[in-house]
Design a protein around this ligand. Structure first.
Ligand SMILES: NC(=O)c1ccc[n+]([C@@H]2O[C@H](COP(=O)([O-])OP(=O)(O)OC[C@H]3O[C@@H](n4cnc5c(N)ncnc54)[C@H](OP(=O)(O)O)[C@@H]3O)[C@@H](O)[C@H]2O)c1
Length: 378
């Protein structure tokens, strides 16, 4: 409730500001807030990235609440650009989204503590700015969590812990964009109830953005916080494709549910292809070749999908393990075993990639054979 009030948004008369009013009746969050009596104006200026002026209505002014019933000092006012966004981390998806947003004139902060040299390089290439988590929280209007699903809860908990030591304003909302099950995303959302940040459950459907292609962010929030969802949808002006899940019964968990149901088909089919190819090869390499030949005649569309998705799935197999386990929990009942089985095959492929490479080689040579049969091998 306090959070919703704090973020009441109005268009200002000059149409260049979105003003966030904070009512005096709000319960201040911490000592930091109570002590913010000194007049101070902070304007984040990330224009070093801009090739064109920021869009209109791109600012929000935040006046932190104070306990003092007769303030002698004007309240601190902070302006944060709506287009200042944090993305953690700089993986395939996070860095591609960042690149798209930087290109549109946004400033993208990230935090690369403990990350690999590859993540640092992707962040650099995408134009992301690496800052400590505290700085990221105090400068960004949105936090998009785009991490391996198995890390989503721990990352959110870290953000909440750090937010307790960061003076207001905090980001407008934490947006969990990971393929986690609805139960997990509700637990993540619960962490933000006691903070001054809103929470959005988002599911990204599709591969990372590239020239001519955009994945869709399905997004929803808890009932009563629809305003934050509408503001999030405004990020579409920077090139994100956002589809809101609202209406009767909609709430946190629905976007993740939609994403997981879509994953059942998409990643489940990769798990099925891999299981099929490894099992045929276990009989003999000749069986695996004959199977590819049969499928190229009887199932050409499926073969096209196998050729595309199996090579893509090999480096992602490590990540699919947690996703399949999440799917098993989500589906429940006896059907859960289907996805537990896919988790095992992805675990096997990920292990092969890190280890002796035998299973990975089997899969790659199966795809080569399929390409050859299609007459598209180079
Ligand atoms: N890629 C897609 O096509 C796709 C599509 C839809 C949704 N998504 C979702 O997007 C999320 C990320 O996927 P991705 O494809 O970008 O994965 P990815 O390429 O494997 O990248 C994951 C990134 O997260 C970093 N990371 C690992 N552990 C972390 C932690 N504890 N805290 C912060 N960062 C951490 C990794 O850093 P290191 O390099 O140091 O390991 C890496 O940079 C997933 O939840 C996935 O479901 C992806």
């Amino acid at each position: 409730m306090a959070q919703a009030l704090m973020h009441m948004v109005h268009e200002s008369s000059d149409q260049s500001l979105i003003i966030v009013d904070v009512t005096q009746s709000l319960i201040p969050r911490s000592q930091n807030v109570n002590n913010l009596g000194a007049p101070e104006t902070t304007i984040e200026d990330p224009n070093h990235h801009l090739t064109s002026p920021p869009p209109k209505n791109d600012y929000r002014r935040f006046q932190p609440p104070t306990n003092d019933p007769n303030p002698t000092q004007p309240p601190r006012t902070t302006l944060i650009l709506m287009s200042t966004i944090a993305i953690v981390s700089a993986g395939a998806m996070g860095s591609a989204i960042a690149k798209r947003l930087v290109h549109a004139g946004c400033t993208i902060y990230t935090n690369l503590d403990g990350r690999s040299p590859a993540a640092h390089q992707r962040a650099l290439d995408a134009g992301m700015i690496n800052v400590p988590l505290e700085t990221l929280l105090s400068k960004s209007n949105w936090i998009l969590s785009i991490v391996p699903p198995g890390e989503a809860f721990a990352f959110a908990r870290r953000v909440v812990a750090v937010s307790n030591s960061v003076p207001l304003p905090l980001p407008r909302a934490f947006v969990d964009c990971n393929a986690v099950n609805p139960e997990t995303v509700r637990r993540i959302g619960g962490l933000f109830r006691e903070t001054h940040m809103g929470f959005i459950d988002a599911g990204i459907v599709g591969t990372p953005p590239r020239e001519g292609w955009d994945p869709t962010f399905y997004a929803c929030t808890e009932s009563g916080s629809e305003d934050v969802l509408e503001e999030f949808a405004a990020l579409s002006q920077y090139g994100l494709k956002i589809s809101l899940l609202k209406g009767a019964g909609a709430g946190v968990g629905d976007a993740s549910s939609l994403k997981l149901c879509e994953s059942m088909m998409k990643k489940g089919s990769i798990g099925l292809f891999m299981t099929m190819m490894l099992t045929a090869h276990r009989s003999s390499p000749a069986t695996a070749d004959a199977l590819m030949k049969e499928l190229s005649i009887s199932q050409p569309a499926l073969m096209g999908r196998l050729i595309q998705t199996v090579p893509e799935g090999i480096p992602k197999a490590y990540r699919f393990v947690a996703e399949m386990e999440g799917l098993a929990e989500f589906v429940g009942g006896g059907e859960a075993d289907i996805f537990k089985g896919f988790a095992r095959v992805f675990e096997r492929v990920a292990g092969s990639l890190e280890g002796d490479g035998v299973d990975v080689e089997t899969l790659r040579s199966g795809v080569e054979k399929a390409l050859e049969l299609q007459g598209t091998s180079k």
